[in-house]
Design a protein around this ligand. Structure first.
Ligand SMILES: Cc1ncc(COP(=O)(O)O)c(C=O)c1O
Length: 454
């Protein structure tokens, strides 16, 4: 395609993106039925002849612009999805235009450099040990996989079993210690790594989902202990200091799943929640949740870089790993070719600075506290201690809770999801977007109360 046509195409995409953004503030958070029906336009056979690129983009954008779920309205509270900072989008546009592959330094010096800078910044911001290494993957699920793979390598190596060579058949059994409120993605990764669900020793939790320390079984050097910085429903944090000290004394490995909560450590106000987390061996966290980077951005941080590198090892006659002074991102990740997500992570961190990240975390919390406080005198019960950005609601009966949730979801004004907590349905409000303002919280409150009355 001649250079000029590329510009026309990118300008067209930009115009559609601007059109989308211009309508965002007044848009519903979810697409309506008519818009969803328009998705059927895509049900066509793969064209035999190709189409003009401008026609392809026009078709995509004219349907796509009205069928998105709009996280960036400031009124979307589903899952822990977060929003995206414009600086992140702009950096990603550039990175995508540059078409960088972040596997090796030689493939993308800028990708490698910015990953390294982010590794230093994040380690410092979160108060993790200086020697920690960072791999950038798709999200916390895969980051947890990497942390557990590093644990598996190191514990087996200490038991003189080379798991890379011998695999798991005939290996001494490792024990996986985790709370009953651990996120489902962790269980999935435990299973993908071949530990088997029989290896899991489930620990009882308190009403907020924190592991009960005195229910943790005796640990030993064959244990991987998985803790949580931010329960997906309540936002609760485990007691890292006590548990890490016990685990470290016997040579167990500790991994912390901090998908959205690890960023609490960036704020003076919330650092106490993560007290002692630096005593763990590995941590997983997302950029695309609390930090509001573009998808997909998961960070594995590991203070035992040798274990991480060994667990992720790959060779090939055509792969020339960089020498000491340079950094090859694929040393720390399961995949080789990857988009250069360090570029947009860098841009968001560079734009926010330490104060900006702290301010973001504190603002999300303030919104959560405000909502919970305003609902106190309503017939809705706030079930959790609002320690971070999650608010968990329940009505007088399971039926009422489910009806309220359905009405909220149908409103289109705000959106949140449901879950089961101690066997009962709950409504989860996850305040995770930089876009959310006090006005959004007032609309949210009004919508919830209107849905309750209607
Ligand atoms: C505590 C926790 N762990 C792990 C995950 C999975 O993260 P991801 O979807 O980025 O893989 C989530 C997602 O919400 C989470 O809240």
């Amino acid at each position: 395609m001649p250079h000029n046509n590329q510009l026309i195409l990118l300008n067209l995409a930009k115009d559609f993106a601007f059109e989308y953004l211009n309508h965002l503030d007044t848009a519903n958070v979810i697409p309506d039925t008519n818009a969803l029906e328009s998705l059927n336009v895509f049900d066509e056979a793969l064209p035999i002849q190709g189409n003009q690129a401008t026609d392809t983009i026009t078709k995509l954008a004219s349907i796509g612009n009205k069928t998105t779920v709009n996280y960036n309205t400031g009124r979307y509270f589903g899952f822990v999805n977060g929003g995206v900072y414009p600086v992140g989008i702009a950096a990603r546009w550039l990175a995508d235009t540059w078409d960088q592959n972040a596997a090796l330094n030689i493939m993308s010096p800028i990708g490698a450099k910015l990953e390294e800078v982010c590794e230093n910044w994040v380690t410092e911001l979160l108060g993790l040990p200086k020697q920690s290494k960072m791999g950038l993957v798709t999200g916390t699920s895969v980051a947890t996989l990497c942390g557990l793979a590093a644990a598996r390598y190191r514990l087996y190596q200490r038991l003189q079993w080379d798991v890379q060579v011998n695999g798991l058949i005939g290996a001494p059994r490792l024990r996986i210690i985790m709370g009953k409120q651990t996120h489902g993605t962790v269980t999935k990764m435990v299973s993908l790594l071949g530990f088997g669900s029989a290896a899991i020793e489930w620990v009882e939790c308190d009403a907020q989902g924190r592991m009960l320390v005195d229910k943790i079984p005796p640990l030993d050097k064959q244990c991987i202990v998985i803790l949580q910085a931010g329960n997906v429903c309540t936002g609760a944090f485990d007691d890292f200091k006590t548990i890490c000290n016990t685990a470290n004394a016997v040579g167990a490995w500790v991994h912390i799943d901090g998908a959205f909560g690890l960023w609490a450590a960036a704020s003076q106000q919330f650092r106490a929640l993560t007290h002692g987390m630096e005593l763990a061996d590995s941590w997983s966290v997302d950029g695309h949740k609390t930090l509001n980077t573009p998808y997909d951005c998961g960070l594995i941080l590991c203070q035992d870089s040798e274990a991480l590198v060994h667990a992720m090892q790959q060779t090939g006659s055509y792969i020339d790993l960089a020498q000491d002074s340079q950094r090859d991102g694929m040393l720390y990740t399961p995949d080789m070719s990857r988009r250069a997500r360090g570029i947009d992570l860098w841009a968001v961190l560079h734009h926010l600075g330490q104060k900006g990240v702290a301010n973001l975390v504190e603002t999300l919390h303030q919104h959560a506290v405000y909502l919970a406080g305003e609902l106190k005198d309503s017939p809705i019960t706030v079930l959790n201690e609002v320690v971070f950005n999650q608010v968990m609601l329940q009505c007088d009966s399971p039926e009422l809770t489910q009806t309220l949730l359905a009405k909220i979801q149908a409103s289109g004004v705000i959106w949140c999801g449901g879950a089961q907590w101690q066997g009962q349905p709950v409504i989860r409000i996850s305040i995770c977007s930089w876009k959310t303002t006090q006005a959004d919280m007032d609309i949210t409150l009004k919508t919830i109360l209107n849905c309750l009355k209607s």
